[in-house]
Design a protein around this ligand. Structure first.
Ligand code: XUL
Ligand code: CO
Length: 434
């Protein structure tokens, strides 16, 4: 059954093509730095946006047309959505996907019924994966939508809510394991506070760490070998989210002895909401050996919230790919389009335009990043800026010295000669590649 009868399998037609349903740059088997584009980019589709996002906003209801969806919470409707989703993956050529438990299956009157519904849909997804060769990039539990989690899940002031959240994570991990997921993500949407007047921050963080330690233990119990990720975001819906940025997450993981078990899933729009560039967040994660995966999207400079736009900014995709190449590529992670169409783009075809555009923007980013690396001038400039550390007094300092030695050196050598940072020149070199 074709749910998207007007959409063919999207093919690569090259930069000259004017076909809106063709790739101009994403050519899956084309080699870049000795690896195929498909392997470099590891695109993922977000089930919650593709299948479940009606495109409502704080001022208006849903607009998205989903002719296949009867709007009910039935398991049959959920199963049908999974069929539609795999047709979407097939036609876009996206190899991976990500889900929350409650995106793929309904939350019913009680936990036992919800678990049973989840198991049914997971069986169907397993069949789709087997038939298509598509893979699960990561799964997660939705611990933020239901009213019980209004005051947090792992950081709830109510121990009964914590227990419920743990039960949900257990079932979502089982589902992810059954589907051979490469990872499992924790995004703490409501793990933070609205006001410190009613918040025992220390106790809440202790509880969050306890939940994550239990997840680490459970992973061993079931033999799940996927990578755990934490996804930083500073706020919204909370006033402050504890996992506010990459540095805060790393500090939390270190403090609670969890660093060996987690990497980070960095999302572009979350980085900008935290007041950082994506480049900054990726650098912080890479420096700690902890960049796991990426939620690929972008924000809007005119709006102060998480707009989850599709990534179209070539500067942005290039900078991401420069970092990914610098890291040596993804291992378990990939580029998950945690992005939604604008509310005005309500037709099913817009889903295709959006993903095709995002994939092409990243393919171009990859090619430009590889060209920048081959050109070498930016890397040379960086190396030369730090060259005073390679020998002489720099080498002495890096090996370890003391104040007396440095004081003697400074007295003898006098005022250091200033060297320009050459920012404008470097920006010009970067622009030569676009
Ligand atoms: C919310 C967000 C989530 C996570 C998964 O801003 O990014 O969808 O990616 O829970
Ligand atoms: Co995300």
């Amino acid at each position: 059954m074709a749910y998207f009868p007007d959409v063919p399998k999207i093919a690569y037609e090259g930069p000259e093509s004017k076909n809106p349903l063709a790739f101009k740059h994403y050519n899956p088997d084309e080699q870049v730095e000795g690896r195929s584009m498909r392997e470099h980019l590891r695109f993922g589709a977000a089930y919650w946006h593709v299948m479940r996002n009606g495109l409502s906003d704080p001022f208006g209801g849903p607009t998205a047309l989903m002719p296949w969806d009867d709007g009910s919470d039935s398991v049959d409707n959920a199963l049908k959505r999974s069929d539609v989703f795999f047709e979407f993956l097939d036609k876009t050529g996206i190899d991976y996907y990500c889900f929350h438990d409650r995106d793929i299956a309904p939350e019913l009157d009680d936990l036992a019924k919800s678990n049973a519904a989840l198991e049914k849909v997971v069986d169907r997804l397993a069949g789709h994966q087997k038939a298509s060769g598509k893979k699960l990039l990561w799964g997660t539990a939705c611990l933020f939508a239901h009213p019980r989690y209004a005051q947090g899940a792992g950081t709830s002031p109510d121990a009964r809510v914590f227990a419920y959240a743990a039960a949900q994570v257990k079932a979502a991990m089982d589902a992810t394991h059954q589907l051979g997921g490469f990872g499992y993500t924790f995004w703490g949407g409501r793990e933070g506070y609205a006001t410190l007047l009613n918040t025992d921050m220390k106790r809440e963080l202790d509880h969050l760490a306890a939940l994550l330690h239990m997840a680490v233990d459970y992973k061993k119990t079931i033999g799940f070998e996927g990578q755990f990720y934490i996804e930083p975001k500073p706020r919204e819906p909370s006033t402050h989210q504890y996992d506010s940025d990459a540095a805060a997450c790393l500090n939390f993981l270190r403090e609670y002895d969890l660093l060996d078990h987690f990497k980070l899933n960095i999302e572009t729009n979350h980085a900008t909401l935290a007041g950082h560039t994506m480049q900054h967040e990726l650098s912080v994660a890479i420096n700690a050996g902890a960049l796991g995966s990426i939620d690929a999207n972008q924000g809007d400079t005119l709006l102060g919230w998480d707009t989850d736009e599709f990534p179209t900014d070539l500067y942005g995709t290039t900078q991401v790919m420069l970092k990914v190449l610098e890291m040596g590529g993804f291992t378990t992670g990939g580029l998950n389009f945690d992005a939604k169409r604008r509310r005005e783009s309500h037709e099913p075809i817009d889903l295709f335009h959006a993903h095709v555009g995002g994939m092409d923007a990243f393919a171009r980013g990859l090619k430009i990043a590889a060209a920048i690396r081959a050109d070498g001038r930016l890397a040379d400039a960086l190396k030369s800026r730090y060259s005073s550390w390679d020998d002489g007094i720099g080498e002495v300092i890096e090996k370890g010295t003391d104040f007396a030695t440095l004081s003697d050196w400074a007295l003898k050598n006098g005022e250091p000669e200033l060297r320009s940072g050459r920012q404008e020149l470097l920006e010009n070199i970067l622009n030569e590649h676009f």
